[in-house]
Write a protein that binds this ligand. Structure first.
Ligand code: AMP
Ligand code: MN
Ligand code: MN
Length: 325
């Protein structure tokens, strides 16, 4: 059952989009194709309607997302002359803190929260949170349809990127017949599926593959092989030449190992430990992450741990066990 608590209707959100003259599309730290693609799709559509649009993202655009239309305009700066009633549109985050500490202060009345995560805080004056949607981009599709926006090639490419990112290239269980139909429609409108596949999934650096080798070499398997976990640290980056961007979907490789039901990857670099959790569907990793201050989806979640690696491993283990591992 999808969360509709305190949600704004499609019509209310569209009325607000039409009313406002300027927008800051906000994506989350460690951006992925959904948070960025959703903001770019809506931003491009609003620009075509004569609105002013800026794209705020604390982190630089990852190498594998630079092909997205308008990605060159994404920045940490917001133009100084934007009006006071500029609407901040948060894409793909349950908590505005996920935008990072460099986001300028904003007020609730100027916040629209578009998302598909479980447990979204509904932090905006306008909240458009549909947890049955496969991506934040497909929430945006609903708005574009209501606005009567023509989905052109650029918008279609951004939207198909959100879908392919969050369905793992149409592999995850959120790939419904409706998602495939929408994807077909986006391809007919010019979305370049080949390009998206190549850029997002088929462009791994050799250093990333070497890092993956190290991650697999030190992986630990417990609970009769149902739980797999491993870590990445600065020493591994130094040996392989890889960096944080290269760790993006490594946790999925752990999950793809025969017999594994739950996988965790502990990313211990940049002075913090970020944990990515994945499940094949029996254990709710969103609930486990929430116990430790994180969040996400039933089968894909994350959190940031304060403390050292052994304490992170132990805390995550306990949270997973509490959720039925
Ligand atoms: P990741 O493992 O980084 O790909 O994240 C998996 C899912 O968990 C995504 O939907 C994220 O938005 C969510 N997530 C990751 N880290 C956090 C966090 N610290 N707090 C809340 N949600 C998170
Ligand atoms: Mn995301
Ligand atoms: Mn998403």
């Amino acid at each position: 059952m999808s969360t509709t608590l305190h949600n704004s209707s499609t019509q209310e959100v569209v009325a607000e989009l039409l009313r406002r003259p300027a927008f800051v599309m906000v994506s989350h730290v460690k951006p992925d194709g959904d948070t960025l693609g959703a903001g770019l799709a809506l931003g491009i559509a609003l620009k075509r309607m004569g609105k002013r649009v800026a794209y705020f993202q604390q982190d630089p655009v990852p190498r594998n997302l630079r092909f997205l239309p308008d990605a060159q305009f994404v920045s940490r700066e917001i133009p100084g002359d934007f009006p006071p009633d500029t609407l901040f549109v948060f894409c793909d985050m349950s908590d505005p803190a996920r935008a990072g500490e460099f986001l300028p202060t904003f007020t609730r009345e100027n916040a629209l929260d578009i998302d598909h995560h479980l447990g979204n805080l509904h932090f905006g004056a306008f909240n458009y949170v549909i947890d049955s949607e496969c991506s934040t981009g497909t929430c945006v599709v609903r708005l574009l349809r209501e606005m009567g926006v023509q989905i052109d090639q650029e918008i279609a490419t951004c939207l198909l990127t959100t879908i392919m990112t969050d369905t793992g290239g149409f592999m995850h269980s959120n790939t419904t017949p409706e998602v495939l139909e929408l994807s077909a429609d986006l391809m007919r409108r010019g979305a370049d599926k080949e390009l998206i596949t190549q850029e997002i999934f088929g462009n791994k650096r050799l250093a990333a593959m070497k890092l993956l080798g190290e991650v697999l070499a030190v992986a630990t398997f417990t609970h009769d092989g149902r739980y797999a976990y491993s870590h990445v640290d600065d020493a591994m980056f130094a040996r392989t030449g890889a960096d944080g961007e290269d760790t993006e979907d490594m946790v999925n490789t752990l999950l793809y190992i025969e017999g594994v039901e739950v996988a965790s990857l502990f990313k211990a670099y940049d002075g913090e430990i970020r944990v990515s959790l994945r499940s094949t569907g029996r254990v709710n990793v969103q609930a486990a992450a929430k116990r430790l201050g994180g969040g996400g989806h039933f089968r894909a979640s994350g959190l940031t741990h304060v403390g050292d690696l052994p304490s992170a491993i132990s805390a995550v283990h306990d949270a997973l066990v509490a959720e039925g591992l």
